[in-house]
Design a protein around this ligand. Structure first.
Ligand SMILES: Nc1ncnc2c1ncn2[C@@H]1O[C@H](COP(=O)(O)OP(=O)(O)OP(=O)(O)O)[C@@H](O)[C@H]1O
Ligand SMILES: [Mg+2]
Length: 250
């Protein structure tokens, strides 16, 4: 489904990605972890068709993503809500852009507001919502877009631990029932291993894949998995690869 092959990227003289390769099969979940500034968001922005890589290949469904915005639902690291649209109208923006039926997109979004802890805020403006609420709304919008590939850039970053765990469980259960292909960027190794089928560790900039750790447990997964001996040993492998990576490139 997703093929990234010897991907390279420079912003001017800044070497950001060096030879990144990975594949994500249909319905599979891949997590990217790595030090700040190593190019994780850049990988997602390339897959979203927003950045043209300076080398290598990135394909979704056998076609290059270059210049093709809208092949995947992308949740940016910053929430990017539209300040002039109320919450519900923000939630359906991706669906509308794709020409999906507005009524059914609204109905689908409304049903998710409660699950995301946003019930009662359907008609609020983004500036009336907290940072965590805005982030949940941006995540909700990604699901309502009706696309098979989800690109999630630290979707739980601004949430407290309990809400974060709750939404991780929701995502795991949702994906067990819906066939979506996901690339998730996170700094949380537990989150990566709990949600993903494979975790890739990137080196400091210029980013390259230094470790690949599979997470072979059936979905949906119980929270208690984090104390399982096999889980802990996979986590140790990832942490060791991150430690080897050294301090963040900034
Ligand atoms: N549009 C841009 N123009 C120039 N440099 C950029 C641009 N976008 C990102 N960079 C630089 O590329 C490098 C990688 O950025 P990126 O956002 O991909 O890192 P990241 O791994 O997502 O970091 P973080 O974990 O802090 O979110 C950084 O040094 C950043 O300053
Ligand atoms: Mg980032």
């Amino acid at each position: 489904m997703i093929v990234v092959d010897r991907l390279q990227h420079r912003f001017g003289i800044l070497d950001v990605l060096d030879d990144v390769s990975f594949e994500v099969g249909r319905g599979r979940f891949c997590a990217l972890v790595g030090p700040s500034g190593c190019g994780k968001s850049t990988v997602l922005r390339i897959l979203a068709g927003l950045v043209t890589p300076t080398g290598g290949r990135a394909d979704i469904d056998g076609r290059s993503v270059v210049g093709r915005v809208g092949q995947a639902a992308y949740m940016a690291q910053r929430d990017l809500l539209l300040p002039w649209r109320r919450a519900l109208a923000n939630a359906t923006v991706g669906a509308e852009a794709r020409g999906l039926d507005r009524r059914s997109a609204r109905a689908e979004a409304l049903a998710l507001f409660e699950r995301f802890g946003l019930a009662g805020f359907e008609q609020s403006w983004p500036h009336q919502m907290s940072g965590g609420m805005r982030q949940r709304l941006a995540l909700l919008r990604t699901f309502v877009a009706g696309l098979d590939v989800l690109l999630l850039d630290e979707p739980f970053g601004a949430l407290d631990a309990i809400t974060r765990r709750d939404l991780q469980c929701w995502l795991d259960e949702f994906l067990a029932e819906h066939d979506r292909t996901v690339v998730l960027v996170t700094h949380d190794v537990d989150e990566a291993l709990l949600l993903a089928d494979e975790v890739l560790v990137l080196s400091p900039r210029p980013g390259t894949v230094t470790a690949r750790v599979t997470s072979p447990y059936p979905h949906p997964r119980p929270s208690a998995l984090v104390t399982d001996a096999d889980f802990v040993s996979r986590k140790a492998t990832i942490l060791a690869a991150l430690a080897q990576a050294g301090p963040p490139a900034g």
